[in-house]
Every structure is written in C-alpha cells, then in structure tokens.
Ligand binder design. Structure first.
Ligand SMILES: Nc1ncnc2c1ncn2[C@@H]1O[C@H](COP(=O)(O)OP(=O)(O)O)[C@@H](O)[C@H]1O
Ligand SMILES: [Mg+2]
Length: 372
C-alpha cells in the first residue's frame, strides 16, 4: 500500500459569503500521478494554492506525510508549482534557466553542475544545455519548466492546467511526455485540468470536483465505468442517464421495462439513476429489442455514427457502426454489464437526456428523407 503524502480534511475556503471549497476531503498517495478534474470555477486552483501554501483555509486541516502544515510558508514545504505560463527567462539558455534557483541560493558551482546535469537527464534535455529558450519547441520549453521546478527536489509537483494553451496535437504528445517524466522522477504530480479525456489518459488517480466538493476519487476506469452520481457520469464522457427503480438485487426498471443488471445492495423499490454509455447499446431490428424507438438524428463521426433515438420522449445517444436513417424504427438491446446503477443525488434529473443535443446538431444532420 502506498502511503498518503497529502490529506485535506474538512477544508472550507470562503470569499465573503461564497464557499469556494465546502468541507472538502481528499487524500493523495505518494508517487502517483493524480489529476484534479472539474469545470471552470469549481475550486481546483484554490485547492492547489492551499497545498502550495499560497493560501490558508478558513477551516480544516492539511496534512503532509501525516503532519499538519497549516501556517508553514510555501518555501518550507516540499512542493513546487508549474503554472500555465512557464515564465522561463528568455535571455538565459537552458542550463542557466534550470540553474537559476540554485545560484540565487548560492549553492557551490560543483553541486550546481551535478544537480542540473541530473535533472537534464531526467527530463530528456541532454545536448540542449546551451540552447536559447526562444529556439525550443513548446514541448521542450515545458521540459525546462519541469526541470527548473524539480531542481530543489520537491516531493510534490503541482501543475495548474499547464497544457491548456497548446494545440490538440502537441497537447496529446505532452500528456505522454509528462507521464513519462513523472515516472522517471518518481515524485507525486498533482495535475489540474477541466478536460476529462486528458484526465483519463494521464492519471493514476482522478479526483472529480464540482462546486467546491469532491464528487469521486478513483482510477480512470473506476470513474468511467462506475461513476458515483449523475454529475460524474455526465462530466466524464457521453452518457444516457435515466430515472429508474431497483426492484430487487440484480433487477432494475427504467423506460417502462425490467432489466437484469449487476448491481445490488439497494433498498427494495429504491429510486435510482441509471447510466448507459452510448457505445454499450446494441441496435437490433425493430420489435426484436428490449426497447423500441425512432431515430431522430444521425451524425457521422468517421469511426462510427452518433445517433439520437427517441424512446417514449427520452432521447438516447447511441454510437453504432451501422448506418441508420432519421425516421427509422429501431430496437435496442442492453446487456446487464452495460447498465450502471447510481444513488439519487442533487444532480438527478439534470443530465443525460439528449433532447437539446439533437436540436443543436439539427442543421448539419439528415432530414426526414434521409438526405443531407
Ligand atoms: N481571491 C479570490 N477572491 C474572490 N473569489 C475568488 C478568489 N479566488 C478564487 N475565487 C473564486 O473561487 C471560485 C473557484 O476558483 P478557482 O479555484 O480558481 O477555480 P478553478 O481553478 O477550478 O477554475 C471561483 O468562483 C472564483 O471566482
Ligand atoms: Mg484554475
């Protein structure tokens, strides 16, 4: 078992009347790549500032290796931060950018040489020592920023949306790169993003936040396959989210039909939320399915079609490689392992019906004759 390096306990941060973090609890394991994921304004940066020591909570405790660090100034914490703008020194070369902090501290020249050479190896910048910062690619600049941030050997590196400004292709490359650098260094990375795909790709553990509260902590697979509530299900990928009833263990009812599922432990006839991912629904001939519906929209995405099917007024999103036409009657089959049952929450009935989605894509989708 890995030990917790950081624990936030019952943290509240308020600006005036507004509680930006509200009794927030989370723990971070040593040596992991952890991502805090949530929409803009949910409190991600505030959480990082608390860990770095740039801000203090109104209530609650922050533990570092089991010891309370509230009141300990940033420079005495074994933590460093990389912001979205790397703020490298344009007039210094790669080596001098990385050495800068050590020079300020008047570390002996020989030790500077050794330590800079060490981190240059770890971030794969060997041979670039004399290069001008302005002659580096975005990815190489990011590596310099990381080298500079880890030269003082922090136990934890905080990264606040460092990839947000990059274009999609470079961003994907940098995700892989960051993950490799973290493995090489063997230290804890706490990475912040509002991009769910990025979070799933890059992390050992994802912490999903909304409205200043942790919604779920888990591996990318847990978060995707077993979302805790409708907010998490909706925020992580596409999902159909329906109201249902747990009739008994392994038996649920939604859309007026009963389905075998793999979930248990609910009260008899407990009202629940049901998630079915668009890729987990099978399209079958009309009347051969567990549910019947009418195709109201078709969108071709290259690998598959994304279609909207109206079932008794609820609009489902389904991804399929079979071509369907608007107006087609289709059957849907849903296997037990495609059904995920969640407790009702304050987010019930807010997400998961694609009615507005099909309106949005109407102009570029097919008309009733199946023509563009
Ligand atoms: N110094 C501050 N004074 C007042 N409100 C703030 C301050 N810092 C952050 N906030 C508010 O706190 C909320 C969370 O901010 P932040 O942690 O930056 O969110 P995120 O990084 O998830 O986008 C936002 O509503 C923001 O406006
Ligand atoms: Mg932020």
């Amino acid at each position: 078992m890995k030990k917790n390096i950081i624990e936030l306990k019952n943290i509240t941060v308020a600006f005036g009347e507004e509680k930006v973090l509200n009794k927030l609890n989370l723990s971070i394991k040593n040596g992991e790549f952890v991502t805090i994921l949530g929409p803009s304004g949910c409190g991600k940066t505030t959480t990082l500032r608390l860990i770095a020591g740039f801000a203090n909570p109104n209530e609650g405790d922050i533990l570092f290796n089991g010891e309370n660090i509230i009141g300990i100034p940033p420079y005495k914490r074994s933590v460093n931060t990389i912001f979205q703008r790397y703020a490298l020194f344009p007039h210094l070369n790669v080596y001098e950018n990385i050495a800068f902090g050590l020079r300020v501290k008047k570390v002996p020249e020989k030790e500077i040489e050794e330590r800079v050479s060490d981190v240059i190896n770890m971030v794969n910048l060997k041979g670039f020592e004399k290069r001008d910062i302005s002659k580096l690619s975005g990815g190489q600049q990011q590596r310099v920023a990381i080298a500079r941030a880890v030269i003082n050997r922090p136990d934890v590196l905080l990264l606040d949306e460092p990839l947000a400004a990059l274009d999609a292709k470079l961003r994907k490359d940098m995700q892989v790169e960051l993950k490799n650098i973290q493995k090489n260094l063997g230290i804890t990375f706490i990475f912040v993003t509002h991009d769910q795909e990025e979070a799933l790709t890059i992390s050992d553990t994802v912490i999903v936040m909304n409205e200043g509260v942790v919604q779920q902590i888990g591996t990318p697979k847990d978060i995707y396959n077993e979302p805790k509530n409708a907010f998490v299900a909706d925020f992580i990928g596409e999902s159909n989210i329906l109201s249902g009833i747990m009739k008994a263990d392994f038996l649920t009812e939604f859309s007026g039909k009963e389905f075998t599922c793999l979930d248990r432990g609910f009260k008899e006839n407990e009202e629940v939320d049901i998630v079915v991912r668009p890729e987990d629904v099978d399209i079958v001939p009309s009347l051969a399915g567990m549910l019947e519906g009418v195709v109201t929209s078709v969108n071709f995405l290259g690998v598959h079609y994304e279609i909207i099917v109206d079932i008794g007024g609820f609009k489902w999103m389904i991804q399929t490689t079979d071509e369907q036409k608007v107006g087609d009657k289709v059957g849907l089959n849903i296997e037990p392992d495609a059904i995920h049952v969640m407790k009702k929450s304050k987010y019930s009935n807010l997400y998961g019906d694609y009615s507005s989605f099909s309106d949005e894509i109407e102009p570029i989708s097919f008309n009733n004759e199946g023509e563009i």
